[in-house]
Design a protein around this ligand. Structure first.
Ligand SMILES: NC(=O)c1ccc[n+]([C@@H]2O[C@H](COP(=O)([O-])OP(=O)(O)OC[C@H]3O[C@@H](n4cnc5c(N)ncnc54)[C@H](O)[C@@H]3O)[C@@H](O)[C@H]2O)c1
Ligand SMILES: CCCCC[C@H](O)/C=C/C=C\C/C=C\C/C=C\CCCC(=O)O
Length: 260
């Protein structure tokens, strides 16, 4: 998929990986709708992007992915502002093992809400032009991250949900590809989770273990992660792909062939 003239929507787009995804899409000619609950940071980012790319290339929409109503409205506003929708990145996520219900509602339910709305707007059967969904999981979607069991569960679920949806989309001929990105640790605010006892809950005693894992795996720059995100967006041959990104490089996960 060539990105010039295409329109993307990125949840959790105010900072961190969402910001890096927005920037790489803009660099390649797309327009981007940024959705986030962090309104001051989102507005600041929009102002900075206006300077660099012009004010018609982005919009910022205050949106909580736990609200079906707000998310629907944000998709509607994106279509209204830019006239089309081609790329949806369900990226908003948190690490909160204490309020784990909220973690499930953002990391998993938010991805499901965003993916279903994306299909509704992009699938050919609804007069959409087709497109691509990239859901952001984590290495914790591929194996156990011991200090964050609920986070691990949500990210495994994002991988399973996205792979099943990709097969369903292909069999139903929606014209929409669905892929998953699984980054290792990246330098963003979410890593502060490990220094916050309230967020780690009963697993705050595992801080040393987490710290060792982090030192062992290293910390990626968001721009490195964005390069691999771009691959999932632009490579039309990829549907149901799960791309693992580490300091050592990126590799597609291999799974047994689907029964269908
Ligand atoms: N940084 C890492 O090490 C890492 C590694 C693998 C995967 N991830 C995943 O990447 C994604 C982005 O995280 P990040 O690292 O950029 O962290 P971050 O904390 O910098 O960014 C997360 C963004 O999501 C927004 N957000 C949180 N709850 C929201 C909600 N209810 N509705 C809308 N927006 C909401 C936040 O305001 C923030 O802007 C997450 O899904 C995270 O799990 C991060
Ligand atoms: C709790 C919020 C912190 C977010 C961290 C973020 O998602 C990064 C996680 C990075 C690594 C997770 C650690 C362990 C996963 C365990 C095994 C994966 C092995 C799978 C493989 O090598 O393919």
């Amino acid at each position: 998929m060539a990105l010039s003239g295409k329109v993307a929507l990125v949840t959790g787009g105010s900072q961190g990986l969402g910001k890096a995804f927005a920037e790489i899409l803009l660099k390649h000619g797309a327009k981007v709708s940024l959705l986030d609950i962090n309104v001051p940071t989102g507005n600041k980012l929009k102002a900075a992007l206006d300077e660099e790319y012009g004010s018609d290339r982005t919009c910022f929409i205050s949106c909580d992915v736990t609200s079906e109503t707000q998310l629907k409205e944000a998709f509607h506003k994106t279509l209204e502002s830019f006239g089309r929708l081609d790329i949806v990145c369900n990226n908003a996520g948190i690490g909160n093992e204490s309020n784990w219900e909220r973690t499930v509602d953002i990391n998993l339910n938010g991805v499901i809400r965003g993916s279903y709305l994306a299909l509704q707007y992009m699938k050919k059967q609804n007069k959409g032009q087709g497109g691509v969904i990239v859901n952001i999981a984590s290495m914790a979607g591929l194996g156990p991250f011991l200090s964050a069991p609920v986070y691990t569960a949500t990210k495994h679920a994002v991988v399973g949900f996205s792979r099943a949806l990709a097969d369903a989309s292909q069999v139903s001929d929606y014209g929409v590809r669905i892929n998953v990105l699984c980054p290792s640790f990246a330098k963003t605010e979410i890593l502060e989770t490990f220094n916050t006892d309230d967020l780690m809950g009963q697993f705050s005693n595992l801080r040393q273990t987490t710290q060792k894992l982090l030192e062992h795996m290293g910390v990626l720059d968001p721009s490195q992660v964005a390069e691999h995100f771009l691959q999932l967006v632009t490579d039309d041959s990829r549907n149901g792909a799960v791309l693992r990104v580490t300091q050592a490089g990126a590799s597609y996960m291999e799974y047994p062939k689907s029964v269908m």
